[in-house]
Design a protein around this ligand. Sequence first.
Ligand code: ATP
Length: 575
Amino acid sequence: MKFEELTKYFEKLEETSSRLSLIDILSDLFKKTPEAEIEKIVYLIQGRLAPFFVPIEIGMAEKNVAKSIASAYDSTPEEVTKEFNKLGDMGLAAGHFASKSKRKTSATTVDEVFKILEQIAKTSGEGTVEKRQNLLANLLKKLDSLSAKHLVRIPLGNTRLGIGDPTVLDGLATAKLGDKSKRKVLEDAYNRTSDLGLIAKTLWEKGLTGVGKLEVRVGSPIRSELCERLPTPEKIIEKMAEVDAQYKYDGFRVQIHKKGQEVRMFSRNLEEMTHMFPELIEATRKQVGAESVILDSEALAYNPESEEFLPFQETTKRRRKHGIEEAAQKLPLKAFVFDILYKNGRQLLDEPLKKRMEILKETLPDDDILIRTKNQVIKDPKILATLLDDAISKGLEGLVVKKLESPYEAGGRNFNWVKLKRHSAGELNDTIDCVLLGYITGKGKRTAFGAGALLVGLYDKKKDEFVTVSKIGTGLTDEEWREIHKRADKISIDKKPARVNSTIIPSVWIKPEIVIEVLADEITRSPVHTAGKTDTESGYALRFPRLVSFRGGDKKAEDATTVDELISMYKQQGK
Ligand code: ATP
């Protein structure tokens, strides 16, 4: 396929403000995509060259991209920057200069563009900046203006399509299987491998059966299983009968992959974080009694002498890119391992938890830096309550209670795993992770910072959409407003993103990327907000919402609290 043709689809995707038409456009595109290119096109749609978990950096600074544009179209970097400042987007600036050149169409293929982008990404060492600039400039010379517009946004990490993984899956299913009914097979494979390109390629080459056979791979993160909520030990035993109750550690999730001596680690949102934790790498090599393994764990700073767990705010200081050795000395981590998902060539997802815990014990017999989670099989609510008290008194968040017979449901959030935190009757016992969707400009003092209220939403997983749940205004300090502006203004856009569903129109739309932790007194029904709203029923909203924190890198917008979760929290209120 010509790159020019692909960018015509990019253009359509960018124009639409409806999620259903995103699927239609993707499906049209995929129907025309040959086997040899499907993988690449799936990655390019998301502005990438590989799945999310592969840390390929094509990053180029604005000023360097400006130099490439200048050199491609016989202009000067100053002229390009002037145009960029006028148009507010380097893509538009590139398009402007390209349209003045004689070339109206381009025969350059997706394959060729992909190869050059790979070359740009792989360039390293002395003269990298110039080499990258030249590669980009030479490529631009061969392209028409639309292609130029979309191409330059890739190295800037600024593609504006905003297409979620579930929408890509819907597009693939519609194109290849006729409708979305067999999408589940694709989704399951995605939960096991986290690699949309691989799934698309397999679907094109080997059909749905081939996709069904895609197994867990060491080196590709498995999508994490998550917890439902129940309010009390009694409710838990009533619903789950006999459970494996484990401490709930409040650090950050680390999925550990080991193959021979090679160890890699992934965060809960599938980001590669291996380089951050040298002590965990060493411990995995030393302690794990298996050639290859995938472990699920929570990393936390812990002092075994005083039995103190450090608070999350401390632990999270270890999520950093620089000064790693020093940080590891100051704040060494332990990893509390609570599951094993793969061992010596065998996928363990379908084994019951009971069996996985046995295998884990054989694989990790002794505690040291890696420590097996404390767990206990319980069927009496009183004993469960005592264990909860024990966890709280140790400074932990509470318990995660798991069904003994349950498989590991990658990407699932259901009653196989339930979190139990300290709860006072009638109040929400958990914070809600909301996505910033926009802000509403206020009057008076706040206008100095240009905001009066934040429009926040949740993720509707079924529809792959963001829906509104609250406006947050009071209680934000000037410092917090400033912080919001610093983060949000970079990603503000001039129209409603296609995956946002809102009846409220804020003064400024923000791309759904920033996750904030919100505490509220209560969940109420609301005719205004679109969270949980149907044709016949009103939506849900938060009463007295307040900002608790900005979630750093550990949560993507799609990891925010989902509408289904909110509804189940609503149902549990006051019980
Ligand atoms: P929260 O913000 O309350 O931590 P969350 O949305 O991040 O919630 P939950 O589904 O509520 O995630 O809780 C599951 C998280 O708890 C896991 O992602 C993991 O990081 C952590 N955790 C700590 N201990 C355990 C354990 N023993 N088993 C499973 N998960 C655990």
